[in-house]
Design a protein around this ligand. Structure first.
Ligand SMILES: Cc1ncc(C[n+]2csc(CCOP(=O)(O)OP(=O)(O)O)c2C)c(N)n1
Ligand SMILES: [Mg+2]
Length: 889
């Protein structure tokens, strides 16, 4: 509505009649009836073709009217005092960390804007895990970490020494810059600082919590997932990307609190608009319960007096850039520029001083308003809730950083700034002490400390808190996978099919079967997993409200409330977040799960790499299965599908164990060993295993190869003899191992060269072990040097070593320094392209003929063959020596 239409109503009497009519309906028959009438009116009007204004937004005011606010029960002044100390200590820890070494950094302004938002939660809502309750889960905004530490310090959980080790983690006892469970496994639950990952994780956490509840594995009860997010952070696609799922699944165990301080790092989030209004529209559209907490209670009397709605109109008009000015400047400025726009509004505030106007507070800084919002959110049923709380960035910092564009990076206050901060928050410290920026904790038996402790005791204990312990699982032994390890005889199957057999077998296991969580992003059919739809059911919180078109078939699309399969749709980020929630269920739900997330390997680490990194931090336990992998093995799909580098990316995550097995029995050994490592030995690692869609005979497991499979290398064929000097060692992984085996045969029959064949299940694991051995040798110069595993395997063998994989050359090249002979690596550098496997392997130079040529060439270099032999081979195999280099074609 424009200002003109508001002020120049053509027929105020008629307007009044309509308003009165609807108010009287509301009064006598309730809101629902009024809503019904409005809907009927709207339907009639739109049927004529007229467009009514699209009303996804409500006016720029609090969603909860004053008379419906649930009153905060506690002691407002006591809580303000405690919160002020938290504010002070948070600021002090950042400043002290930077006294000697200002490169350490830290943030003050984010927490100062959200202190009340956290405090109300800690004082009244966030329940800790204890014997009666599994606890709420908190996703804390990364840059607010100092405030959370400051509270823990007041609570006596952290000492001054620990606070002084903020951001000094090398010795292992410092405090992490941001929430990271890796180095603080008993404190932080969720890494959030990579913007967007928190909200995405929180949604899937709530989703998986409901899934476990429906499956009878872990009672969701009234547990809540609280997720604190920056308004700037909401611009991340990951922040908003899954909100429709939360709405659709009616995740009423999920509460987002968006700290709308109107600023991000560089400046305003929406200088020319209003972030709260924009987010309201987005979340309402996605089916959320939206609670706006815009104005503090100082505004209530003014709004009460605003009979004409002009103040509301002015609030609706002003943009965030202006709202930022009202707080970065002064009450006088606000009088002139906000109220001054209309004489009626100037009149409204004529009795107020400029300071009074400056003190007109924002909703997110008003404990009563925040409490009312949290109380409503906690009770709300059938929808997730988002609380949009308006705050001021750098609240309390004054000219040094309050609502300034530079606020985000403020790390220091000068002495004047400290004094004004102290005065504003009544911190009992004399001027003489300020320079040292001391921490302040009241005496143990002071009323503040007793109050603080009592609040947390009532809520079950301190938070944040993470429980790294869980009961080991009884996992099946390798014998239980005998149907896989004994081979397929004549039958040709892919490792993907073998994987499905392994998975089916695990699901049938009495001990862990129920805990297995198969997760797919709309690719189950691609991987031959559709049998699970019927057998296990696809989880849906509402079951199946329709008859599926394939109802008559054996493998029909069965959705069911206690379905075991999580089918997350075309949504790799979401499916990964679901896997993360399942993979950390051992700590978050006291219910260890064994999740298998199966995806196109190209859409894994490359697509959602940051979540894979977070999985390491989170100590996720579970399996990632990169299917249809290999640059030349997924033959028809072309550049965007053919993965030749996911192992390189996976290898960068320190606790991600990776394998590229060729045979079903290797896969069985790896999965079984993974279960032992993660769920019996409880080691904090997760597994990335690639499987392929190429069919071939799966041989029976040779004796004694398990250790080699796990370490990453074992000899599959020993063909070299003492009598023949022309010998090579051939290494291969994935499907390319089969080319290597074929090359060994060619070398033998056509060139008289003996070749041992090695299956290299993991170059990443070989490198890790090699580096660790080399490091030990360097640091223990006087002790007998140890041999790396690669040296142990190849040290006593004959001839040059040649490796070929379906991955970029750098993958196999990683073990070069541990190879005790010359080393040639073949790999698939370059963009993928569609064609037949045979032609692709020729193009990328990893087929049996190239392996043969590489082996002969290596023997030439070792003076064991004349160069003419290589030329002969090149000619024989029809290789064009001038063919384009695939790495750059
Ligand atoms: C993915 C990612 N990109 C960029 C950053 C760097 N960064 C840290 S805080 C920040 C601004 C945050 O603004 P907002 O979300 O509004 O939070 P506030 O501090 O205002 O509460 C930025 C850009 C990051 N941590 N993660
Ligand atoms: Mg912000």
């Amino acid at each position: 509505m424009t200002t003109d239409t508001m002020l120049n109503d053509k027929d105020p009497l008629e307007t009044e009649e309509w308003v009165e009519a609807i108010l009287s309906v509301m009064e006598s028959e309730g809101v629902e009836r009024a809503q019904y009438l409005l809907q009927r009116l709207s339907s009639k009007v739109t049927a004529t073709g007229a467009q009514l204004p699209y009303a996804i937004n409500t006016p720029y005011r609090n969603t909860i009217p004053v008379h419906k606010e649930t009153r905060m029960p506690g002691d407002l002044f006591m809580e303000r005092g405690i919160r002020s100390l938290i504010r002070w200590n948070a600021m002090a820890m950042v400043m002290r960390a930077n006294l000697d070494d200002s490169s350490l950094g830290g943030h003050i302004s984010s927490f100062q804007s959200s202190a009340t938002l956290y405090d109300i939660g800690f004082n009244y809502f966030f329940r800790a895990r204890n014997k009666d309750h599994k606890g709420d889960l908190l996703y804390i905004q990364g840059h607010s970490a100092p405030g959370i530490y400051a509270r823990s310090f007041l609570e006596g959980r952290l000492s001054e020494d620990q606070l002084d080790k903020f951001r000094q983690e090398v010795d292992g006892d410092g405090l992490s810059s941001y929430p990271h469970p890796w180095l603080m496994p008993e404190y932080w639950q969720f890494p959030t600082v990579s913007m967007g990952l928190g909200p995405l994780q929180a949604i899937y956490q709530a989703h998986v919590m409901k899934y476990l509840d429906h499956r009878g594995l872990s009672d969701a009860g009234d547990r809540k997932v609280w997720c604190f997010i920056g308004d700037g952070e909401m611009d991340e696609p990951e922040s908003q990307g899954a909100i429709a799922l939360a709405g659709r699944e009616r995740l009423d165990n999920l509460i987002f609190v968006i700290n709308c301080n109107l600023q991000r790092l560089d400046g305003p989030v929406r200088g020319n608009g209003k972030i709260i209004q924009e987010l309201e529209g987005v979340f309402r559209g996605a089916g959320w319960n939206v609670i706006k907490v815009v104005w503090g209670r100082m505004w209530d009397p003014l709004l009460e007096k605003d009979k004409l709605g002009l103040l509301q109109q002015r609030m609706d008009e002003a943009v965030d850039g202006e709202y930022q000015n009202y707080k970065s400047r002064s009450g006088a400025y606000t009088r002139e520029h906000f109220f001054g726009k209309y004489p009626e509004l100037l009149k409204l505030v004529e009795d107020m001083t400029d300071d009074d106007i400056y003190r007109l507070n924002r909703g997110g800084h008003d404990p009563y308003k925040v409490y009312a919002a949290y109380a409503a959110a906690s009770k709300h049923k059938g929808q997730p809730t988002v609380i949009l709380a308006k705050t001021v960035k750098g609240y309390g910092l004054g000219p040094a950083g309050e609502a300034q564009n530079i606020s985000h990076s403020v790390k220091k206050l000068d002495i004047e700034g400290l004094k004004s901060f102290r005065d504003r928050f009544d911190i009992p410290l004399p001027d003489s002490e300020l320079e040292k920026i001391p921490y302040y904790r009241p005496a143990e038996d002071s009323p503040e400390m007793r109050y603080l402790r009592a609040r947390r005791e009532a809520l079950g204990g301190p938070l944040p808190s993470r429980n790294p312990e869980f009961d080991a699982l009884k996992v099946p032994d390798l014998g239980s996978l005998e149907s896989v390890t004994r081979g397929t005889g004549e039958r040709e199957i892919s490792t993907t099919m073998a994987f499905v057999r392994i998975l089916s077998s695990l699901i049938k296991d009495k001990q862990i079967g129920k805990r297995v969580v198969p997760i797919v992003p709309d690719e189950a059919r691609t991987f031959g997993m559709e049998g699970m739809f019927r057998q296990l059911g696809i989880y849906s919180s509402v079951g199946q409200l329709y008859e599926p078109t394939d109802a008559g078939q054996v493998m029909y699309y069965r959705e069911v409330t206690d379905g075991q399969v999580l089918e997350e749709g075309i949504n790799e980020g979401g499916a990964f977040a679901a896997w993360l929630a399942a993979a950390t269920s051992y700590t978050n739900n006291d219910c260890p799960l064994v999740p298998f997330y199966v995806f196109y390997s190209m859409f894994g680490f490359q697509r959602v790499g940051d979540l894979c990194w977070a999985a390491g931090d989170l100590q996720a336990r579970g399996f990632l299965i990169g299917a249809t992998s290999g640059r030349t093995t997924l033959n028809g799909e072309g550049l965007q599908h053919q993965d030749g580098h996911s192992h390189i990316l996976a290898g960068t995550v320190p606790n991600c164990v990776t394998y590229d097995p060729t045979y079903a029995y290797e896969l069985a050994v790896i999965v079984q060993q993974g279960l032992e490592e993660m769920y019996v030995k409880k080691l904090p690692k997760y597994y990335y295993i690639t499987v392929m869609n190429e069919n071939y005979v799966q041989p029976a497991m040779p004796k004694g190869c398990e250790e080699g499979i796990i370490k990453g290398l074992y000899r599959l064929q020993q063909n070299t003899k003492k009598t023949n000097k022309k010998a090579v060692q051939l290494l291969g992984s994935g499907t390319i191992l089969r080319e290597v085996i074929a090359a060994a045969e060619i070398l033998k029959t056509e060139f008289g060269v003996d070749a041992d064949v090695w299956s290299a299940t993991s170059f990443n694991e070989l490198r890790r072990e090699g580096l660790s051995t080399a490091r030990w040798n360097m640091l223990h110069p006087e002790e007998k040097p140890k041999l790396s595993y690669v040296e142990q395997c190849l040290g006593k063998t004959k001839g040059p070593v040649i490796a070929a994989t379906d991955y970029v050359k750098s993958y196999a090249d990683q073990i070069r320094e541990f190879i005790p002979a010359s080393y040639t690596v073949l790999g698939t550098d370059g963009f993928g392209r569609s064609d037949s496997r045979e032609r692709l392997r020729h193009f990328f130079e990893v087929d049996r003929y190239f392996v043969t040529v590489a082996a002969l060439s290596a023997l030439v270099k070792d003076n064991l063959l004349p160069p003419g032999v290589v030329s002969e081979a090149i000619k024989k195999f029809n290789i064009n020596p001038e063919k384009p280099d695939p790495a750059v074609s």
